[in-house]
Design a protein around this ligand. Sequence first.
Ligand code: PLP
Length: 252
Amino acid sequence: MTPPLPVPPAPDAGAARRDELATGLAAVEERIASACRESGRDRAKLTLVVVTKTYPASDVGLLAGLGVTDVGEARHPEAGRKAEECAAAGLAQLSWHFVGAVQTNKAAAVASYASLVHSVDRRRLVRALDRGAERAERVLDCLVQVDLQPGSDQGAGARSGVAPTVASDLASAVATAAGLRLRGVMGMAPLDEDPAAAFARLAEVAEVVRADHPSAVVLSAGMSGDLEAAVAAGATHLRVGRAVLGERPPLR
Ligand SMILES: *Cc1c(COP(=O)(O)O)cnc(C)c1O
C-alpha cells in the first residue's frame, strides 16, 4: 500500500481572494491615475464606486479592508442583504450606491440603505423614493439616469434612463421632492459607440441640469471598459466592477 500523501496546508481562501482584489484595485487605481494625468484632473476629486453586484458580502469586507469606501449594487434585495451583513460585521462607514434599475415596489427598501441612487429614470420612481425616504426619516441623494443611446429622444431604444431632452424635467421633479436631494446625472455609454462621444453628450446634459440646480455636481460615468473616457469627460464618480472583482457570471 502506498502511504497517504502528505496533505498540503489548506490554502487560506480569504487571503488569496484578498490578494486578487488588491491586484484588481491597484490596476484600476493605476488606470485612474494615468487618466487623471492625461486630462489634468485631480484624483482626489473622483469617487471610485466598486460595483460588487453578484459577489458576496465577504468580498465587500475585503475591499473595505483595502481602503474602499464606496460600493455599488444593482439589485434589491441582494443589495439590502449585503448592506445589512456588512453593517452587522462592523462596516457601518461604507457608502452604498444603488446603480441598477429600481422597481417601484422596492423603492422604499432601497431608500432605507442607499447613500446615492444613480438610476432615477421616471416620475413614479421619484414619488416612491420620496415616500421611502420620508418613512426612513432621511434625505436621499439621487442622480437622474440619462439614456445615452443615440435616438433616445425619438423614443428609440430607450432602455435605461430618460432621454437627454427630458432629463431637466425629471431633475426638477427630484429637486422639489422633500425627501430627495438632486446631486447630478448618471449615464452608460452604448456598447456600439465611442464612449467619448456618449460621455460628451452626458456632460452637456449635466451642464444644463446644473444651470438650474447648482448643487447637482455629480457626473456618474465610466465602467471597467471606458473609465478613461469618463475621466476625460469630467466624471466625478466611476462605477467599476469587473476590473476589480473579475468577470461576473452572466446575469439572468
Ligand atoms: C454592473 C454595472 C457597472 C459595473 O460594470 P463593470 O463593467 O463590471 O465595470 C456600472 N454601472 C452599472 C449601472 C452597472 O450595472
